[in-house]
Unconditional design. Structure first.
Length: 735
């Protein structure tokens, strides 16, 4: 029998412990299930996490590939690495900024750290970022603003103790199922409740005690309306605000009239009051992409933190809890040298820069002065500053906004893609480096509550693939010899970056592979081998004995990593949506996740075409439009499939109803979709899953100027009848 290997699920940032087992004679995973011995999940796991790990749908990469004209052809490792280093090396002759590096929250800590060291310390490029900026950057910026440090203060331990659970712009029933189970359990208690703020009646809203629907993008206005009512109804925690915060008087002076702000958000005053009242009890306020992915993302996340600060919701059983998405987004925040140096060391601080350069053995002048313009800005720089791109564990031609432009620009660059699967981005590569993935490689990952846990190989690696860390080391060998001492090995690399975090707010220098072996999982801050992190923002908290329970703070004991030592209220004001609806584009497109698919769908191939959900009223109005002649055709058979008998294409839905097709048209592209009327979607909104590679052709490249996070959640579209050729293509694909 092969061994049952304890490891960590890499399908979302809940960070469940798994046990995995390889089949007797082949590569791959035969058994994947929750690990009863893991402290995070005690055996729980979700169906998607298990099935995508054990039986991914995509096309595996099994050999290095290189471009010959229009084709990607199999090649040897030697040739692939040679060509990759020649292409990157030629660009580097013009300076470090000529090479861009794109990383991911789906890498181990070890690979993410090594990639950052190569990008910043080896190449010296400012054009380095990761898909985590498409995801968590607004939350990160807001946490720094408020606490001078980037870490969600709450942990899973707080969930049972909270009485109010507010889920704002997130859908954990679909995206974080095991965590949502704990939330639901807690909310089911006497005197406890679950409130959901989302324009869509999501899977989470469907089981909530109360759903507050709002206008897409109305979040900042709503949060300010709620704060105004908290003030008016005397629910401010004056003692906490006085002792532990700054900036409240300024914010209070500028608060809008609650009724005006509520109206702007499209929310009734009774819902505003319900939220204000709920905050009086110990509240966990969770948020996700509905907040972060906006030009107002940092301001809106800051306004949610303000609600917690004003009501003193920072004690055990409460706090602002940003729901991290990818399995190791949190780890990339600590170790990848993306927006801060390892250990959250500030990017511009000369002392930290000197320490990092010294530890890496590189001249400090090589480190870039600023962290760069974000992924959208990096793509913009191709052809200008940037000539070559190295992309690891990310699929930018599908995952980034305004994807047509991303494809056009990447076409111009020398592109090295390192992936486990044949993603859409692979098709644009000059060299493809096939990487091992979870189940095949060794390392660690860090979940959304800062818990570090081992990722282990349960199966042999096919001979044609190599671990990310090895590949990063092999490119470094050819381009920046001596950057890594020897062939980088996971444990030594872990020790290297853990040492760099010593004495920082994100100190995990007390964690080692041996300790992880013994304890399974350790939460940082962990500055000593016998210490694990509890609460971070009051005295006595950081150096908790791993076994001790969390002490209650006293009013004087609060301490934040800000200059004043106090938590800061925010002052953000709303920017208008970058693309409001108008007569030509009367609907708001929003894009979000389905329970059964993941990100750009590389492991979970989406139906063809993607299914757009619209409200029944919108569907009826659209059907009326279709009655009228479309495309100058006589019968308006626009929804028919172009087959001779004019029958509509059946879509396998249980009611046997024929599918309706349509085009979703934005200012940038038009995409064929099948249409599903769904009462969960408000009138005026078109909902598309993010899991289909066409969807981001529609979205717009505007970003939050503070965080560089794209405004994925709203753009203006219209619905048009499908053109005959769309319908024919769909019919052919579905035969
Ligand atoms: N099943 C599944 N799970 C996943 C993933 C996956 O692809 N599939 N991906 C993982 C990753 S990388 C991430 S980042 C997380 C993301 O997890 P979530 O943040 O939960 O992700 P989304 O579904 O993108 O968006 C959440 C909600 O925001 C709402 N929303 C849209 N516009 C607005 C708005 O203007 N205001 C408000 N308040 N809400 C709005 C949507 O209706 C949706 O219900 O999930 C992780 N887990
Ligand atoms: N419209 C719209 N767009 C969005 C979002 C949205 O809500 N709406 N959400 C955004 C968010 S939150 C995110 S996180 C991004 C994700 O954006 P992307 O990174 O572009 O998309 P993924 O599908 O997660 O791609 C991850 C890639 O990593 C590869 N991979 C997985 N494991 C490994 C490994 O161990 N090694 C290597 N080398 N490769 C590996 C996978 O095969 C896959 O190709 O999408 C963003 N895009
Ligand atoms: S909840 Fe997340 S970490 Fe846990 S099994 Fe599911 S996908 Fe994996
Ligand atoms: Mo994400």
């Amino acid at each position: 029998m092969t061994e049952l290997v304890p490891t960590t699920c890499m399908r979302c940032a809940v960070g469940c412990g798994h046990v995995q087992q390889a089949p007797e004679r082949e590569y791959g995973l035969e058994t994947v299930r929750g690990d009863p011995g893991h402290p995070v999940n005690q055996g729980l796991a979700c169906q998607r996490g298990v099935s995508e790990t054990a039986h991914p749908d995509g096309e595996w990469l099994t050999r290095p590939l290189e471009r010959k004209g229009d084709d990607l052809v199999p090649t040897t490792w030697e040739s692939a690495l040679q060509r990759a280093s020649e292409g990157l090396g030629t660009a580097l002759e013009d300076g470090g900024d000529s090479v861009a590096v794109l990383g991911s929250g789906q890498q181990t800590n070890e690979a993410a750290y090594a990639l950052g060291k190569l990008a910043r310390g080896g190449f010296g490029t400012r054009y380095y970022d990761a898909n985590t900026t498409l995801c968590m950057a607004s939350a990160v910026t807001a946490y720094y603003d408020a606490f001078g440090s980037d870490a969600p203060p709450p942990t899973y331990d707080d969930i049972p103790d909270a009485e109010t659970h507010v889920v704002w712009g997130a859908n954990p029933a679909a995206a974080h199922p095991v965590m949502f189970r704990w939330i639901r359990q807690s909310a089911a208690g006497d005197d406890s409740e679950l409130l959901v703020v989302d324009p869509v009646h999501s899977e989470t809203a469907a089981v909530a005690d109360h759903h507050v629907p709002l206008e897409p993008g109305g979040d900042l206005a709503l949060a300010r309306a709620v704060l105004a009512r908290v003030v008016e109804t005397d629910r401010i925690d004056e003692a906490f605000v006085d002792d532990a915060t700054i900036g409240f008087d300024d914010l209070r002076a500028e608060l809008p009239d609650a009724a005006d702000a509520a109206e702007m958000a499209g929310v009734s005053m009774s819902d505003v009051d319900r939220l204000a009242a709920a905050l009086a009890d110990p509240t966990l306020l969770y948020w996700g992409m509905g907040i972060n992915q906006s030009v107002n993302g940092t301001a809106a996340a800051g306004a949610l933190i303000d609600l917690c600060l004003a009501t003193g919701n920072l004690r055990p059983g409460s706090g602002p809890f940003s729901l991290t998405g990818q399995a190791n987004s949190m780890g990339t925040r600590v170790c990848s040298s993306k927006g801060s140096w390892p250990g959250h060391r500030p990017f511009a601080d000369p002392d930290h820069r000197r320490d990092v350069a010294e530890a890496w053995g590189v001249p400090v002048s090589r480190l870039p002065d600023d962290p760069g313009p974000g992924p959208v800005g990096i793509v913009d720089a191709i052809g200008d500053d940037v000539d070559a791109v190295y992309a690891v564990a990310t699929n930018p031609v599908a995952g980034m906004p305004d994807a047509t432009r991303v494809r056009e620009n990447l076409e111009e660059a020398f592109l090295v893609v390192q992936d486990a699967f044949r993603s859409e981005t692979v098709e644009y590569a000059d060299v493809v480096l096939p990487a091992a993935t979870w189940g095949e490689s060794e390392g660690t990952t860090t979940n959304m509550e800062r818990t570090v846990s081992r990722v282990r190989a349960a199966t042999e690696m096919p001979s044609g693939v190599r671990p990310d860390l090895t590949l990063i080391g092999q490119l470094a060998d050819r381009l920046v010899p001596d950057l890594f001492d020897d062939r980088p090995e996971p444990e030594a690399i872990f020790d290297e970056f853990a040492a760099l975090t010593a004495g920082t707010p994100a100190d995990l220098s007390g964690i080692s592979y041996d300790r992880l072996e013994a304890e399974r999982a350790v939460r940082w801050p962990a500055p000593e081998p016998d210490v694990a992190g509890g609460y971070r923002y009051y005295e006595g908290d950081e150096a908790d004995d791993a076994a001790a329970s969390t002490p209650e703070p006293t009013d004087e004991s609060w301490s934040f990593y800000t200059r004043s030592g106090r938590a800061r209220f925010s002052s953000g004001t709303a920017r208008p949506l970058p693309e409001p609806t108008d007569e030509s584009y009367p609907f708001t497109l929003t894009t979000a996740r389905r329970p059964d698919a993941y990100n750009t769908g590389v492991r979970t191939r989406e139906d063809e075409p993607p299914t757009a959900r619209i409200s029944p009223a919108t569907a009826a109005a659209f059907a009326d439009d279709l009655e009228a002649p479309a495309d100058g055709r006589e019968d308006g058979a626009a929804v028919a499939d172009g087959r001779e008998n004019g029958a509509a294409v059946a879509d396998g839905r249980e009611d046997g109803a024929a599918a309706q097709y349509a085009r979703v048209v934005s200012r940038r592209a038009s995409v064929t979709v099948s249409v599903e009327p769904d009462a969960a979607i408000p009138d005026g909104v078109v909902w598309l899953p993010i899991h289909h590679p066409d969807v981001n052709d529609l979205t717009l490249p505007d970003v939050d100027p503070r965080s560089n996070e794209p405004n994925f959640k709203q753009c203006a579209v219209r619905l048009e009848p499908p053109q005959e050729r769309d319908v024919r293509a769909v019919a052919e694909a579905s035969v």
